[in-house]
Design a protein around this ligand. Structure first.
Ligand code: AMP
Ligand code: MG
Length: 430
């Protein structure tokens, strides 16, 4: 990490001297790097644990590791259609010199075996049926041939364990089926169902309240705009990112640029929120009003006011009585980029997620040089064209850059830029 990113992290809530480029009242202005924020901003609040039916648990976060109450599948099973045998009886078998075994009967699907495999015998078995006592392998039907209705030719040798799974091969009794903190995937639900776990302890979805601020904002359903008015574009997009992070968004409305109105809206929202998100009010002048309103919500209070991040410098993070409060830049593009990078991990963390699903990425060749200041992390939207990542530039106010982008790349804090032709990792927008 470069010099500017190396300032030591003070304990949460501690005051840090204002950097020389700060403006406005000093007490709030604490600039951090993105890595400091991701590693160090950890309000303690977590959602409560509720019981959820496995059928409804896709994407939900188990509050504890879920373990097998008994071995799975629970009995040794055939994995091929054929004949259960003693492997030793098949040693040396070949098409030219088969082993001959007496067919002692068959096992039926879904029922305990009624026959045993004694030396010199075989028992017919279908995929998934329980192995009869005495058998230690299943020979595929294709590797056998009926000599008579009761006599079987084995054309290839079987090794012990072939054509079958052990009684505890999918899960030993007491073993972990899915870990705590990893959102459940389709296959996890299948495993839990196989284990007979139908109701599981799950973290409640974090309730994320979204507040938009600005005298110029009107709701999206406003058909006609007076000059100067704009529709609130950020709130619905943030709500979608909240859902993607496993949270439940609640829109608390648009608040005018008024410190008291904002403070009272935030105070009312805080008690019913696991995470509180305020967008805009980050321009010089308004910034300190927003910071003051957030600072009034509770201790330990503001953790950083300003991120060494483009586009997202005017980001504010606070811990108000254990509830994370995120102040986002006003420009919708910046707000969404910051929320994806900083806000979504916070929502996941509050919802008990410790192992988020990896983002889809592709590697591409950078089409042109990308300069960046050392100590600052840059997120750059790109289009992918014939294996090249083509950066999209424009004002942070332009949402069209996000809608045109296939994904984004990150110029890390330590880098002073990326050279044209270098290989970059592009995170895809889903
Ligand atoms: P501010 O941080 O309040 O100075 O806002 C910066 C810019 O973002 C201004 O041009 C605002 O009009 C714009 N902006 C703020 N909030 C929103 C929003 N919810 N939707 C669209 N644009 C917004
Ligand atoms: Mg504003």
């Amino acid at each position: 990490m470069a010099a500017r990113g190396q300032r030591p992290t003070p304990p949460r809530g501690a005051e840090e001297p204002a950097p020389p480029h700060a403006t406005g009242p000093r007490e709030f202005f604490t600039v951090r790097t993105v890595s400091e924020a991701l590693a160090g901003f950890r309000p303690p609040g977590r959602t409560h644990v509720e019981s959820v039916a496995v059928d409804n648990a896709l994407g939900r976060v188990p509050a504890e590791a879920l373990t097998a109450r008994h071995a799975l599948p629970g009995f040794a099973r055939a994995t091929v259609d054929g004949f259960a045998v003693r492997a030793a009886d098949t040693y040396g078998a070949s098409e030219g010199l088969p082993s001959y075994l007496d067919v002692a009967g068959e096992v039926h699907m879904g029922e305990p075996p009624e026959v045993e495999v004694r030396p010199g015998t075989a028992v017919a078995i279908a995929t998934g049926a329980p192995l009869p006592p005495g058998a230690d392998a299943v020979v595929k039907v294709e590797h056998t041939q009926a000599a008579t209705s009761e006599l079987l030719e084995i054309l290839r040798p079987a090794t012990p364990g072939e054509g079958m799974v052990r009684a505890d091969e999918d899960a030993a009794s007491g073993s972990e089926l899915v870990p705590a903190g990893r959102p459940l995937r389709a296959q996890d639900l299948g495993m839990l169902a196989a284990a007979g776990l139908v109701e599981i302890p799950i973290h409640a979805r974090p309730r994320v309240t979204i507040v938009s601020t600005g005298d110029e904002l009107v709701p999206a359903d406003c058909a006609f705009l007076a000059t100067g008015q704009i529709r609130d574009a950020t709130a619905p997009a943030l709500a979608a990112l909240v859902r993607e992070a496993g949270g439940e968004p609640h829109f608390a409305g648009i608040v005018p640029d008024d410190r008291e109105a904002l403070a009272s809206k935030l105070r009312a929202a805080l008690g019913e929120s696991d995470v509180l998100v305020v967008s805009a009010g980050s321009s010089v002048g308004a910034r300190d009003e927003t910071a003051a309103a957030i600072a009034s919500l509770g201790e330990p209070g503001i953790w950083c006011h300003g991120l060494a991040f483009r586009p997202g410098k005017p980001t504010l993070l606070a811990d108000c009585g254990g509830v994370p409060v995120i102040g986002l830049p006003g420009n919708p593009r910046s707000a969404l980029v910051v929320f994806r990078l900083i806000g979504m991990p916070i929502v996941r963390q509050v919802g008990g997620c410790i192992d988020p699903p990896p983002e889809p990425t592709v590697r591409a060749r950078l089409e042109r040089d990308l300069p960046s200041a050392a100590g600052r992390l840059d997120v750059v939207q790109v289009q992918l064209k014939d294996g090249e990542a083509v950066p999209l530039f424009g004002s942070s106010s332009l949402l069209s850059i996000l809608t045109a982008a296939d994904g984004y790349l990150v110029v890390p804090e330590a880098a002073t830029g990326l050279a044209a032709g270098s290989e970059v990792e592009v995170t895809l927008y889903r």
